[in-house]
Ligand binder design. Structure first.
Ligand SMILES: NC(=O)c1ccc[n+]([C@@H]2O[C@H](COP(=O)([O-])OP(=O)(O)OC[C@H]3O[C@@H](n4cnc5c(N)ncnc54)[C@H](OP(=O)(O)O)[C@@H]3O)[C@@H](O)[C@H]2O)c1
Length: 309
């Protein structure tokens, strides 16, 4: 079981259109037809309330009821409606970033906050965590990022944890906060690499991967390997989509699904379930290849896999 309930909630706003044509019954899509004591909207009226409980949590939207005067039964005509989402209030979990002050953690925090995941930037120095969070909020002021910062201990209190320290301090960092991480999803994005001249070479840790090493350090948590291949610069450029598949692996299906949902929120990213945590070895090592391609072709590559629809 994953740690139950997400204690920290955030908000996101956005606009999109949803075609209701495929919805047969309101209950398939709606979180409930009407609240107690609430009357259905009349013909041509607009009804703002929580409309559906989808993969990404609760969403508020606006539903336009059919114009003809016989339309006073909201659930019988839904399959002819188009709803416009004008405001979305999410119940997305809050993310704590251990070592979130570096390029990778701060970029991921900004990106996920921009799609509704509140974040807390952790650091060994609380002032540094606060400073980086404030900088991100100021940099993307129009996006009203729900980000705060402080020490790693406070970050470890959040619902889901991203471990964003260098690989050689990953296990020691989670060990310090093992109790707070108990039962939680802990995402590791670390790659064990060394640079030899112009070459990047993967290091194979004793347990095969940093992810496996971290899982061994916090056996009561659910470690998920993800985000290794996304360049921090691309992640942090919120005015551009991120064009990449994201390989995800863990030994817990629910944890993999939780992280897949996060990835699916990022425009341009496709989550791919890459199996058990033992595959983190290949995922982490592949980063050396990607960095080599960056050097060779003077670019920033990210992986895309064909053949999966
Ligand atoms: N950079 C990328 O493009 C990228 C992309 C994907 C994945 N990654 C992976 O993501 C991780 C973070 O990358 P990064 O480039 O952001 O790393 P980084 O800047 O070297 O380190 C991130 C943060 O970790 C903390 N830290 C440093 N040394 C530590 C130690 N000995 N013990 C505990 N905390 C320490 C520091 O925060 P405080 O000083 O504030 O505590 C630092 O700001 C790495 O494992 C990397 O392989 C990076």
């Amino acid at each position: 079981m994953l740690a139950s309930g997400f204690a920290h909630r955030g908000h996101m706003v956005g606009i999109r259109n949803i075609e209701f044509g495929h919805v047969r019954h309101g209950a398939e899509f709606f979180g409930g037809a009407l609240c107690d004591g609430q009357t259905p909207p009349g013909p041509g009226q607009h009804h703002r309330r929580t409309l559906f409980l989808g993969q990404f949590g609760y969403t508020k939207c606006e539903r336009r009821v059919r114009q003809d005067s016989s339309d006073n039964e909201p659930l019988t005509c839904q399959n002819r409606h188009v709803a416009t989402v004008v405001d979305m209030t999410s119940s997305l979990p809050s993310i704590g970033y251990l070592g979130g002050t570096g390029p990778a953690g701060s970029a991921l925090a900004a990106r996920l906050a921009s799609v509704g995941y509140p974040g807390f930037i952790g650091s060994r120095t609380p002032e540094r965590g606060q400073e980086v969070a404030s900088e991100l909020v100021a940099k993307w002021a129009s996006r009203q990022l729900d980000l705060a910062g402080g020490d790693n201990a406070a970050a470890a209190q959040r619902d889901i944890i991203v471990l964003a320290t260098p690989w050689d301090s990953a296990a020691t960092t989670v060990t310090e906060h093992a109790e707070a991480l108990r039962g939680k999803v802990v995402i590791t994005m670390a790659n064990a690499l060394i640079r030899v001249g112009k070459e990047f070479q993967p290091l194979i840790p004793p347990r095969g991967s940093i992810a496996a090493h971290v899982q061994a350090a916090i056996p009561a948590s659910h470690v998920v390997a993800a985000f290794q291949h996304l360049p921090a610069i691309e992640l942090g450029a919120l005015d551009h989509d991120v064009d990449s598949d994201v390989l995800i692996c863990s030994d817990n299906n629910e944890a993999t699904k939780t992280v897949s949902d996060m990835v699916a929120h990022i425009a341009g990213c496709r989550p791919l379930n890459a199996g058990l945590l033992s595959n983190a070895l290949a995922i982490e090592a592949l980063t050396a290849v990607l960095l080599q391609l960056n050097v060779r072709y003077k670019t920033r590559v990210a992986p895309r896999f064909t053949g999966i629809n």
